[in-house]
Design a protein around this ligand. Sequence first.
Ligand code: GDP
Length: 530
Amino acid sequence: MSKYEAEIKRRRTFAIISHPDAGKTTLTEKFLLYGGAIAQAGQVKGKKNTRAATSDWMEIEKQRGISVTSSVMQFQYEGFCINILDTPGHQDFSEDTYRTLMAADSAVMVIDAAKGVEAQTRKLFKVCAMRDIPIFTFINKMDRESRDPFELCEELEHELGLDTYAMNWPIGCGKDFQGVYDRQNRKVIHFTSNTNARAATATEIEPDDPALADLIGQARRDQLVDEIELLDGASCDFDMDRVRHGKLSPVFFGSALTNFGVEPFLEEFLRMTTAPLPRRAGDEIIDSFDDDFSAFVFKIQANMNKAHRDRIAFMRVVSGKFEADKEVYHMQGGKKIRLSRPQQLMAAEREIIEEAYAGDIIGVFDPGIFSIGDTLCAPGKKFKFDPIPTFAPEHFQRIRSIDTMKRKQFLKGVEQIAQEGAIQIFKTPYTGMEEVIVGVVGTLQFDVLEYRLRSEYNVELYKEGLPYEYLRWIVRDDPDAPPLKEEDLLLPNDAKLVEDYKGNQLLLFAAQWSIQWVQDKNKDLKLAEF
Ligand code: GDP
């Protein structure tokens, strides 16, 4: 195997998804700690705590700078080169969060053992499921009172429509969380808390060893034996092929905070995942091991420096090797270019890099030429990767410039920011030129929009919140049919007909049930979610 092949083979690129507070940061930090990328716990965390919600742009930018730093991280672990894509939570949740998932080859889903599946887990899972990527579940916080493990697995299956296979089984929870039973090796791993060490001390013992009862108590031992029997009888077979296609999720129990079960999880995860996956470009499949370089842009970050409207474009290397001094072909721009100041994020720091391989994420300086989904490839081999889907916004505002004389700047600014992919814009057949409906995935984007319009375009906004939360595209069989009017449809009061700036029509709804209502009352209407 050439060095080149070996470099690609040892790469793993995954996203880490969860509802806020489930322990994503803590788990990531432990991974970095094991890989030696950070020296002590608290480094990633410390940064996160400085993030406060505020509508001041510089503050937002500062936060965004930090969230960039912690949004893609590379570290080495036992010969593997691992790229973790973080998916920001809380108010900086945005379309970017979803797009980031397009760059991953698998996902680690962190679940709080006391809470189970939560709203944001559900949303992020849905996007992962669209691509059928493998999903590994880590049920965290077992050192606290947790829900019944059988019930948690059932909930995953029921709520997410995903089969589960418990790789290990917890012995107790809360103060009484003593370890896990490793189902594959048929061994009990008994943990002893070890606060200062890298990992908890694990003692392995056979389940039928009489010493086990001494270690965990007779009652616990008996319960474990019963539960394992139940588990073996009830669960489906472990099928690696179904894992690889995202149909069966291996489930692990542990506690990121106390290090219980984290390292075994990381090791199993690395064993079960594959080298970077190929991507589709129309009829072609672009394999990671292809000799030629290719990449796609999945995220664009406005720069902090207001004087230069430059940005950083994040791209996922799909195939081959990226070399800083080589020219690449930008398909959408129709030009050969050199990617300038390519950088990679290594745990807490950014580094300018000379080379990167399939699976890696690089950020390059963008003078304003890239858009989300753009393809970069070798000059001799041209193709376009399949586009990144647009995700439905969940919050809407009607906005206009307070000063009607600034209509032009207003529209230019709004359109430009929409082009960067931070917001989506719509109009109604009745809105005049001066008014725009803005849709976003996370509400922080409203603040960012307002600040940028003020500081970059000198426009003060009038805004009005709209009650809509759901969006469906109207699918027309005849592309030349005249646009629908509101009077052509039977709509409840809380639904609205709008169109995007490409002329596609869609409906906004305030409540989920009205979607069904509209479908029932308008039998010929075809609605699509993405
Ligand atoms: P994130 O929002 O998903 O990134 O969650 P964090 O990693 O920031 O964790 C949220 C809170 O839960 C913090 O106070 C953590 O210290 C705590 N936490 C994380 N993992 C565990 C765990 O395994 N056990 C316990 N008891 N607390 C945890």
